[in-house]
Design a protein around this ligand. Structure first.
Ligand code: HEM
Ligand code: HEM
Length: 179
């Protein structure tokens, strides 16, 4: 039985991990730009645009994942660890989806909408509703913290497998030549 993830799963995992970490830094960096300046509008729209592209990739990854079963963990893995891995992967997918979705929804309940790559204006399809904007914007901020916490946990789990259990779990997600 092949215990490796497929090439598509690996490609999507590493591409999205890289993009998400950059988008994260971008999001927090936005706080540095003074409100009401032209720079802020420009960079917020850039963040929204890259976020939408990443969101579409995440949807593609989730659809692909629903159609493909991942490789089973080695049978020696304790049951609680198999359950913990499945649960934490579920939370990671949920946060990955909620991040761009909450940002997109917030933008559509504000008069600003989205100016795609500062070139194409997508008029908001919702009303300019302060309450809904705040709810989705807060969801965006809280999910960011939750996602960061679970990514941290995810990396700690991989390190534990690599350095303590020495079962080479990481190689399941690496190109075959680097095994
Ligand atoms: C792909 C995933 C995305 C990630 C990882 C992400 C991450 C972040 C982070 C970390 C922040 C800073 C939060 C804070 O200051 O507490 C932020 C702010 C923001 N994001 Fe995103 N974002 C994503 C997608 C989007 C999308 C698709 C939109 C809109 C279409 C969007 C709109 C915004 C806006 C408007 C802010 C500024 C909020 C404010 O300062 O009040 N984001 N984002
Ligand atoms: C934004 C960052 C990341 C996110 C959102 C993320 C998300 C995920 C998800 C959802 C899975 C489960 C795949 C599935 O079975 O459907 C997974 C698997 C995996 N990830 Fe990540 N990941 C991130 C970063 C990393 C990093 C930095 C490492 C390396 C230290 C890593 C190593 C792995 C490994 C080895 C697996 C396979 C686990 C197994 O064999 O069961 N990930 N990742």
């Amino acid at each position: 039985m092949d215990l490796h993830y497929t090439r598509t799963a690996k490609f999507l995992h590493w591409l999205i991990a890289l993009l998400l970490i950059s988008q994260f830094a971008f999001g927090y960096w936005l706080d540095e730009i003074p409100r009401g300046t032209p720079d802020r509008g420009f960079f917020i729209n850039l963040h929204k645009s890259t976020g939408i592209v990443i969101g579409l990739l995440i949807i593609l990854r989730i659809v692909w994942r629903l159609l493909h079963t991942p490789p089973a963990l080695p049978s020696s893995t304790p049951r609680w660890q198999q359950r913990a891995a499945a649960a934490s992967h579920f939370v990671l997918y949920a946060c990955m989806l909620l991040m761009p979705l909450s940002g997109y929804l917030a933008s559509n309940f504000s008069k600003h909408g989205v100016k795609l790559f500062n070139a194409v204006r997508l008029a908001p399809w919702g009303s300019d509703d302060k309450l809904l904007y705040t709810i989705f914007n807060q969801t965006h901020q809280v999910t960011a913290v939750l996602l960061a916490a679970f990514v941290g946990l995810h990396i700690l789990a991989v390190l534990k497998h690599q350095l303590i259990d020495r079962d080479h779990l990481l190689s399941r997600m690496l190109p075959r030549s680097s095994r």
